[in-house]
Design a protein around this ligand. Sequence first.
Ligand code: PA5
Length: 466
Amino acid sequence: MKEKITLDYNNVMSEFIGSHGISKEEIDGIKDKVADAVSAMKSKRDTKMAWRNLPYNQDETVDEIISYVNEVKDGIEAFVVLGIGGSALGPAAVQQAINHPFYNELPRQARGGYPKLYVADNVDPERLPYLFDIIDPTKCLFNVISKSGSTSETMSQFMYIKDYLEKKIGAQAKSRIVCTTDKEKGNLIKIAKEEGYKTFIVPSLVGGRFSELTPVGLLPAAFCGVDIKELLKGAAYMDELCSVDELEKNPAYMYAALNYLGFKKGLNISVMMPYADSLKYIADWYAQLWAESLGKKYDLDGKVVNVGQTPVKALGVTDQHSQVQLYTEGPYDKIVVLIGVEEFRKTVTIPKLYSDMPSLGFLGGITQNKLIETEMMATEYALLVSGKPNMMITLPAVNEFTLGQLLFFFEVATGFSGELLHINAFDQPGVEEGKNATYAMFGRPGYEEKKAELDRRPAKKDAYII
Ligand code: PA5
């Protein structure tokens, strides 16, 4: 299959990079653990890992999304996502990967007739007012995305916009809001039903960071012209590749096993470094998936384990001029993942100028495509000679089919890693702690005990504030 993405893990192996790498014996040494993880992946497929079925069970949803998009897209100037975490990172990453890098600046016709797309994400108080300087909210469609239906950040954005729209356009405000949420849990579905907003459902067993291939990601993607059927086909193809039991033949399982073994020997950091602007936000999406899923205090038996690699986002070649110095000469605490693209959508040939200056002349006549590829190989080499574990994921090209594969690859790898680490990759008690503390600080009813707990924390000392 020409469009298959590949994982090259040669440079993680100790036979290539020496003592900080992983040996075949170490891989064989976790055979039993791998076998347990393989069977857990199967037994959890219809429960905790229900996201694995998303490429196959959404025909009706996809049709509904496409017809909704076709029905309303001409009447709106911009589609604005109101969501955070798993409800924002995927939509931003997919749009950036597939579309023109200056998509919103293009004239509508060059956008294929689709509206602009913005992802509001944070609750920085400057964000929405500044956004309103460049869009006319009454001509936009706001997609409130919240699986739980109660996330303060998203709901605060929703309340601000609903109020704004109702003041401006009264009852018509209803047609400017579309909700994506759980079918019964949380405030949002209740509000959507009562106030009559168009609603798409996030399957109840699929959690936030695994929801990009549900309407959470599919609706915004379809609104900016992404072929969501191809995206799902790519995911289905990767699902097939990752349904093989044998570690050596299953790219996601191998990725997880190498990171697991690496983590056990102090490789605490997972660097994600795409060599393509279009994949820059995939590194953001991955960072959440890896960190929130695998960073856990307790294992499944309740034992304190404090596990998880810290994901670091980097961009090739930009970070060759900043972070790569650390990656090559710093501590042996990372696995660097380079993501390469074989065929870019554009070719830039460097003109043959300054041939009398050898240090510039060598660039003349080569393409920037060759330059970025060569620099990636050079970074790979620099890591190799300094004995630093690294892998390479290669996409034949960036399109919906390969992107679907990439997203799914990382999701399966995350699920499998969770099994190897013997933790629950699908909860986020550490995030909940912060959410609960926020509620308590606001005096939300039901959080009185948490408030009392907070009030007991040691007072800060002025001496330590300079
Ligand atoms: O992965 C997760 O569960 C979280 O990052 C959520 O996506 C994030 O907290 C937003 O939650 P919700 O979609 O419920 O508003």
